[in-house]
Design a protein around this ligand. Structure first.
Ligand SMILES: [Zn+2]
Length: 281
């Protein structure tokens, strides 16, 4: 078994020590009742069926991947894969890769990733703001004013991100009885949404290497992030594509409403913040 794909992996193994205590077995014999009573910590990446373990350690370097009782496929084949392969599969929006990351690993970087993505988005808006105000007012080049604009963009980006998430959560809360899972795990959903927004990191290179196609790149990044969010909702709550799509639309609707309110506020105040006139991102 390769070791690269197991970085960050939860200790998803059974072992022969449990057998000595009467809690397991050694060679594929059905597990005892004491094992079945333990809570299922993992999910099959193929059929979303719960599982007690990802692999079994027989010591002396002998490992055996657990086979799903439902679909008869390996519970999580990605524990053998290199992280780069897993990342490529996640970029391709494969549901199996999303299940592996959300259910079978203990990646806990969604908070830091969210802050970093918001900083990227704030930088993009700040850069567009500076670009739109170029040569218009020399006073704008005062350093503290530039910093204040950046913090303001960060706050606005955070509020719009929060509005997007609230729109999704509100829709799913209303549609809760219609979903297969009666009690949606909103904490897991929030983690999934934050992790699946990693595409915003591409904003920085898109801005740094500016060219004629930068606006098109920004739109493509937006589509990619929304597609990742769509897949994250679908996988984390095990719901249909239709409901996931409607949840994304609901989030976009509330986010657009927030942008519109900001526009109105800027009109009323008479601010020079013209970024929203062309801020489609
Ligand atoms: Zn399965």
């Amino acid at each position: 078994m390769g070791t690269g794909g197991r970085s960050g992996l939860r200790s998803g193994k059974g072992n022969t020590e449990e057998v000595a205590g009467g809690r397991g077995n050694t060679d594929g014999v059905p597990a005892s009742l004491s094992v079945d009573l333990t809570p299922c910590r993992y999910r099959c990446i193929e059929c979303n069926q719960e599982s007690n373990e990802l692999y079994r350690d027989y010591h002396h370097g002998v490992l055996k991947i657990t086979i799903c009782k439902s679909c008869q496929k390996p519970v999580d084949k990605y524990i053998e894969y290199d992280p780069v392969i897993i990342l490529i599969n996640a970029i391709l929006c494969k549901a199996q890769a999303y299940r592996h990351i959300l259910f079978n690993t203990k990646i806990n970087m969604h908070g830091k990733l969210c802050i970093f993505c918001l900083l990227c988005e704030a930088y993009l808006r700040w850069w567009q703001l500076q670009d739109s105000n170029q040569n218009s007012d020399p006073d704008d080049f005062i350093r503290y004013a530039k910093e204040w604009d950046f913090y303001r963009m960060f706050a606005i980006a955070s509020i719009e991100q929060a509005a997007f998430f609230i729109g999704i959560f509100a829709f799913l809360w209303v549609k809760q009885p219609m979903t297969e899972n009666k009690k949606p795990n909103f904490i897991l959903l929030l983690k999934a949404l934050l992790l699946s927004s990693y595409g915003k990191l591409l904003l920085i290179p898109a801005v740094i290497w500016e060219h004629d196609y930068t606006p098109l790149c920004l739109k493509l990044i937006k589509v990619f992030v929304l597609t990742s969010n769509f897949q994250a909702i679908r996988v984390s709550l095990n719901m249909s594509r239709k409901l996931s799509f409607l949840a994304i639309l609901s989030g976009l609707l509330l986010e657009s409403t927030m942008v519109y309110l900001f526009q109105r506020m800027e009109w009323d105040v008479g601010s020079d913040c013209a970024i929203y006139k062309f801020q489609e991102f």
